[in-house]
Ligand binder design. Structure first.
Ligand code: FAD
Length: 381
């Protein structure tokens, strides 16, 4: 039996452990730095059909319809005048039991944890050192504990310590001059939007998305705001919890969206958006997955979906001895290009460019060939 050590109990690590758990040839253990997996009750996550298809293989379709939301369309609005630009029928990529899904992040994590026995996740284990022996990989954790494994899977997120360790700190994610603003807002504050859809508002250097998470009365709010940080601010991990900083971002947000909406957003939390700039090819029997493999700009909502898809690909590659790194790199590059393009198009400031963008969008969202190529290549594995 081969031993597999997974670093990080996030979406990719938990999903991968669920796959290996059912395979008698492998013994899997997850080492997680926190003392309990972060739940972030209330905040949402969107999953496109490419990841839902994989999640269904471990029973995700057994969650009740009350616990999730399946949007029919994405409605695009111009933030300046709140007028609808166009809509994109996202549900056309759905399969019978496999639909574009939004749900609480905590619900997804709990589902993934419930699939594993008590013994599989070891909490309070932060990776400190990775050494390669002749027959096994040796791991040292911050609590002094040492472990060995046949396969090492690094899934510790965008600020991956594991990735830093195997690349001698040469490959850290970089700040991409955007801040993600997460919150909740009651549906009653939006009279003119369709609550069967995801609503996406495009503004200058800013866009935001609202959508329901389940059958309750709240929308998930997620805004992406252009904001430069100096190098000291980028290194200050406490900055995003400091009251003065939160206040200054709220102030900027209040200038971007109507005050009646701004004043009703609750539980605001800020995240700096860090993205990857390059790929790291790890040594034999070591693999990166999820944001540790590559972190995208958030404008295609593919981070979690790619974490799941990548974990599934890795599982198959280990079983069949395929070249995971080459396959994943090719796909990630394609999705990263589209995410960067979306970010550019969503945040235009020049009125002439906005005028032409809106005309083009109206045409493209109804063009089957474009949809098949731009979205279909991502949503269909
Ligand atoms: C505001 C926001 C909204 C988002 N919305 C969406 C969305 O709608 N759709 C979508 O697809 N994606 C979304 N994403 C992106 C998505 O959340 C990530 O891409 C995804 O969570 C990455 O999964 P992961 O498993 O790679 O890492 P994570 O889920 O970040 O998990 C990493 C885990 O590793 C642990 N860890 C960290 N360091 C160590 C260490 N040294 N030792 C041991 N363990 C460690 C962490 O505690 C954590 O549990 C969003 C991200 C943000 C910030």
């Amino acid at each position: 039996m081969k031993s597999i050590a997974i670093i990080g109990a996030g979406i990719s690590g938990l999903y991968l452990a669920n796959l290996f758990k059912g395979n008698k040839d492998y013994k899997v253990t997850i080492y997680e730095k926190k003392n309990l997996t972060e739940s972030n009750e209330g905040y949402g996550i969107q999953l496109s059909v490419n990841s839902v298809e994989h999640l269904n293989k471990i029973g995700f379709d057994s969650l009740t319809e009350e616990e999730k939301f399946h949007p029919k369309k994405i409605d695009f609005y111009d933030l300046k005048n709140s007028k609808k630009i166009c809509d994109l029928e996202i549900s056309k990529f759905n399969l019978e039991n496999c639909k574009y899904t939004a749900l609480k992040r905590s619900k997804l994590l709990q589902f993934l944890i419930d699939g594993l026995g008590d013994e599989i996740i070891k909490y309070n284990y932060s990776i400190n050192q990775i050494e390669y022996g002749k027959d096994a990989t040796n791991l040292t954790f911050n609590n002094g504990d040492k472990k060995t494994c046949d396969y090492l899977i690094i899934s510790d997120g965008v600020f991956s310590k594991g990735r830093s360790l195997i690349s001698a700190n040469k490959s850290n994610a970089i700040y991409n001059n955007f801040i993600a603003i997460r919150g909740n807002i009651s549906k009653e504050n939006y009279q003119n939007i369709c609550d069967e859809n995801v609503s996406l508002f495009l503004g200058s250097d800013f866009h935001y998305v609202v959508y329901p998470l389940d059958k309750d009365e709240n929308f998930n709010f997620i805004g992406i705001l252009k904001y430069k940080l100096n190098s000291n601010e980028q290194k200050n991990h406490k900055l995003f919890d400091e009251n003065y900083f939160i206040k200054s971002i709220k102030n900027k947000l209040s200038q971007k969206i109507p005050l009646r909406i701004f004043e009703k957003i609750q539980n605001i939390k800020l995240f700096p958006v860090f993205v990857s700039k390059n790929f790291i090819k790890p040594p034999n029997n070591t693999f990166l997955v999820g944001d540790a493999f590559f972190a995208f700009p958030p404008s295609f909502a593919q981070g979690a979906s790619q974490s799941i898809e990548g974990a599934h690909e890795l599982y198959e590659s280990i079983l069949n001895n395929n070249n995971f790194f080459n396959m994943r790199t090719k796909r990630v590059k394609m999705i990263n290009r589209r995410s960067n393009f979306n970010q550019f198009a969503f945040h235009l400031s020049n009125p002439v460019m906005i005028f032409f963008r809106n005309i083009l969008m109206k045409y493209l969202v109804k063009n089957e060939n474009f949809l098949k190529s731009y979205l279909g290549k991502i949503y269909k594995n």
